[in-house]
Design a protein around this ligand. Structure first.
Ligand SMILES: NC(=O)c1ccc[n+]([C@@H]2O[C@H](COP(=O)([O-])OP(=O)(O)OC[C@H]3O[C@@H](n4cnc5c(N)ncnc54)[C@H](O)[C@@H]3O)[C@@H](O)[C@H]2O)c1
Length: 428
């Protein structure tokens, strides 16, 4: 019987731990005491697992010793000692120079290394470049545990494909790639995932193949979005409506339906740097991957320049003008503000001398303040009117918002997401 410990209970770890807990005894382990407290009280602030669903699997005592199914959340090492199948779902960010920061993976591997026993399997789910599991994590497991890889203990890699805020494509409904450190372990890892993932699994031949598959999924998206962002810049100069062009081109059966936009968050805008770093270590300088990153990273500044241009065209005095930014999270209908590019738009607008008020019903004002030193409101300021309103994130609340009541006479409405086109003066 598999006794599962999930290390890191964030956007990825919690939904997975909840799902495994329907069939296995599961310990959800996290170093963040606040996160453990909220989960034990049956609440998930990431909004990925509905409270009722979470509460239906939560148990009050560690289920591993009794082999009963259920999820027990803990930050105590002793609680994961008896597990035999460890799944690591900790963050893999980049540092300020866009270099992969593997610190959380090293720390989580140390934690698992302390409790590792003969016969255990450790599966990594964090997004990485090919080679991280075997070259970076396994040596930590070996050193801390004193056990030998592929003799005493085994490993796997199974990348996560969830899309935060997406209630349709939930973890069990997305086909999952699996892999193992030997063919037999690959089969064993695959069986565990197959037992809970209704969409099925794809067993990759090696851990490196599975690692590489994940990182190129996100790099491909990044490059495709960079291409349409470049098109948006070109068509803007040519005074052609980019969305109308994409709609027309999209009638061809094999035209890919990407839209221009800001690429934020900690996956699509980050993972290509992981792949680039590994390529550079081996003497290859990626051109397309890094060009895509550069282009997408320039879009915040570009959006701000377009808003200011619209205001000047309408004769609005830009200096000291008031702008309302609708949304600050990195994507719609989700509270995640990590690596949001809306802050780039705000910084550039402020650089032009505009005064920006940010309204987002989904984001935590405390987190926005902590991460970016920015004030964010969960409510509109009553009676306030603005020289420009920028729809930055397509939260469902904004699709029906009364824009007229927020505008000063002659104000500009700019639609970054292309979802309120008929009401906007301009869009990306
Ligand atoms: N969020 C997504 O949409 C998504 C999708 C696919 C893959 N991924 C990848 O999955 C991984 C996790 O992402 P996430 O969004 O769940 O991150 P997250 O920040 O939401 O959650 C990570 C959790 O790990 C905990 N943690 C950090 N270090 C720890 C340690 N040493 N021991 C135990 N717990 C620790 C944190 O407290 C946090 O609760 C990343 O590699 C990410 O790239 C994320």
């Amino acid at each position: 019987m598999k006794k599962i410990a999930v290390i890191g209970l964030g956007y990825v770890g919690l939904p997975l731990a909840r799902l495994f807990a329907t069939k296995y005894p599961v310990i959800g382990f996290d170093i963040n005491q606040k996160r453990i407290d909220e989960l034990r009280s049956g609440k998930d602030s990431t909004l990925e697992v509905e409270d009722e669903i979470l509460q239906s699997v939560l148990v009050k005592e560690n289920p591993i010793s009794t082999s009963a199914t259920g999820l027990y959340c803990s930050n105590q090492l002793a609680d994961i000692e008896e597990a035999n199948f460890y799944v690591v779902t900790v963050p893999t960010p980049v540092d300020k120079h866009n270099r992969p920061d593997l610190t959380p993976l090293y720390k989580a591997s140390e934690t698992v290394g302390k409790v590792l026993k003969k016969g255990d399997i450790v599966v990594y789910e964090s997004t990485v470049y090919p080679g991280v599991t075997e070259e970076e994590c396994i040596p930590v497991l070996e050193k801390v545990s004193g056990l030998k890889f592929n003799v005493d203990f085994f490993a796997g890699y199974s990348p996560e494909r969830i899309n935060p805020g997406d209630k349709e494509h939930t973890v069990e409904k997305i086909l999952k790639v699996t892999s193992g450190s030997t063919p037999e372990i690959g089969q064993e890892v695959d069986e565990v995932y197959k037992s809970v993932i209704s969409a099925g699994t794809h067993l990759a031949p090696t851990i490196r193949v599975a690692e590489a598959a994940k990182v190129i999924e996100n790099s491909q998206r990044d490059i495709n979005i960079a291409f349409v962002n470049e098109l948006a810049k070109i068509f803007n100069i040519l005074d052609i409506d980019t969305h109308a062009v994409l709609e027309a081109a999209g009638t061809k059966w094999n035209f890919l339906p990407f839209k221009p936009g800001l690429v934020g968050g900690h996956c699509i805008g980050v993972d290509p740097y992981y792949l680039a770093q590994k390529a550079q270590e081996h003497g290859y300088h990626p051109e397309i991957i890094l060009a895509g990153r550069r282009l997408n990273d320039s879009m915040g500044e570009y959006v701000a320049s377009q808003v200011v241009k619209c205001m000047i065209k309408k004769g609005i005095n830009v200096s000291g003008a008031e702008v309302l930014m609708l949304g600050v999270t990195f994507k719609e209908n989700c509270p995640d503000v990590r690596n949001t590019k809306i802050v780039d738009v705000i910084a550039a607008l402020e650089d032009y001398g505009l005064k920006v008020t940010t309204y987002d019903p989904w984001a935590s004002p405390a987190e926005v303040d902590h991460e970016y030193g920015l004030a964010c409101h969960n409510r509109l300021i009553e009676g306030a009117k603005y020289d420009a309103v920028v729809l930055g994130v397509a939260h469902k609340e904004f699709l029906t918002i009364d824009l007229e009541s927020l505008k000063k006479d002659n104000a500009v409405i700019y639609d970054v997401k292309g979802v309120i086109a008929e009401k906007a003066d301009s869009r990306l």
